[in-house]
Design a protein around this ligand. Structure first.
Ligand code: KG4
Ligand code: ZN
Length: 338
């Protein structure tokens, strides 16, 4: 079969990214321009600034991705682009660039769901990984537990009812004035702390539910900080961070392993920014039993375009193309399609 080359674009949040991916698995280039430093001083992503920076960067990033891949526009078989979920203004920059390229080059356009992209990052890091598997997607905006039956075929088992896992990390880090994004900082600080220092609540919700909830935990941590402040008791930040992190990851690990057992799947696949959390991976390994654990290389855990290229490849094989009406869908849900 002929090799398929996808030029992929991702601008859903604060990374301007473009990549060229061969046959869904081989990354020929993966250029990521992060705006983190710009947003850091505001303690989070400022949508207006993100869109403006995407506009400034997008053409340069696409050119670099193509150049580094040693391919030309002629070699490209299709243009893949994230169309949601994400920030509307940010998404539109990527979508409009992709449409412009597809139109002028007369190549097919493929809209990709950002969360599908995160799952597909694993196909790049693990060349032999194939569905079916249970996937836990944990990022700044999403927490999903999904049964992946085939490429692009999903059954959603559970999702967060309030904050996403990464969002919880970011909010707690912000209230401790540790900086943004909070996940990697809490991950690092926790290594010096005692995870059993504070017994924070674990929200398992109803029996048999695969949903998550982190707002109760967030309130418990904030109350703990305020109570101690009022009493003039000094808090150990490493102990607090480690105890909070443990409460998050324990619920994630328990529910994911339970789903793998109940549905009799032997593979567990992590995706999204929080998938690079050290303690999350460690606890999975402690409790995994005979199940196998997969997670993407660190650079593919957070937002990138290579993962979008991988996802677009499987849509290409299924003839799932988009037309020029493709629009940004900020609240695009990942829905069950089996
Ligand atoms: O997937 P991602 O880059 O963007 C979204 O699609 O949301 O995820 C970013 C999120 C942030 O909330 C960040 O704090 C979190 O992933 N994150 C981590 C770690 N690295 C990134 N959370 C916990 N531990 C980490 N090591
Ligand atoms: Zn993401």
């Amino acid at each position: 079969m002929k090799d398929i080359y996808i030029l992929a674009i991702e601008t859903s949040c604060d990374e301007t990214a473009a990549a060229v991916v061969k046959n869904g698995r081989e990354v020929l280039s993966n250029i990521i321009s992060s705006q983190i430093e710009i947003h850091q001083k505001y303690g989070g992503v400022v949508p207006e600034i993100a869109s403006r920076k995407h506009i400034e960067n997008i053409n340069i990033i696409i050119d670099r991705a193509l150049k580094e891949s040693n391919k030309t526009f002629d070699d490209i078989d299709a243009i893949g682009v994230t169309y949601g979920p994400g920030l509307v203004g940010a998404l539109l920059v990527g979508i409009n660039s992709a449409k412009g390229l597809a139109f002028s080059l007369k190549k097919p356009l493929i809209g990709v769901h950002h969360i599908e992209g995160h799952i597909s990052a694993n196909y790049i890091s693990h060349k032999d990984l194939k569905p079916p598997f249970i996937s836990l997607i944990v990022s700044g905006g999403h927490t999903h537990l999904v049964r992946v039956e085939d490429y692009g075929k999903y059954k959603i088992l559970g999702r967060t009812r309030d904050d996403a896992a990464g969002e919880a990390f970011d909010k707690i880090a912000r209230s401790l004035e540790l900086g943004y994004p909070g996940g990697p900082i809490i991950d690092e600080i926790s290594k010096k702390g005692n995870k059993k220092a504070v017994d924070f609540p674990r929200a398992y919700l109803e029996e048999n539910s695969y949903d998550f909830s982190f707002s109760g935990l967030k309130s418990a941590v904030l109350n703990y900080i305020n109570n101690n402040k009022q009493k003039g008791i000094e808090i150990s930040i490493p102990d607090l961070a480690a105890s909070f992190q443990e409460a998050v990851v324990e619920v994630l690990v328990e529910k994911t392993i339970k789903a793998a057992k109940v549905y009799n799947f032997d593979k567990i696949v992590l995706a999204g920014g929080v998938a690079s959390n050290t303690r999350l991976r460690e606890l999975f390994y402690e409790r995994l039993g005979s199940k196998k654990l997969y997670f993407p290389d660190k650079i593919l855990c957070t937002d990138n375009a290579a993962m979008i290229g991988s996802s677009a490849y499987y849509k290409f094989l299924n003839n799932e193309f988009s037309d020029y009406k493709l629009n940004a869908v900020p609240n695009l849900e990942l829905t069950s399609n089996i």
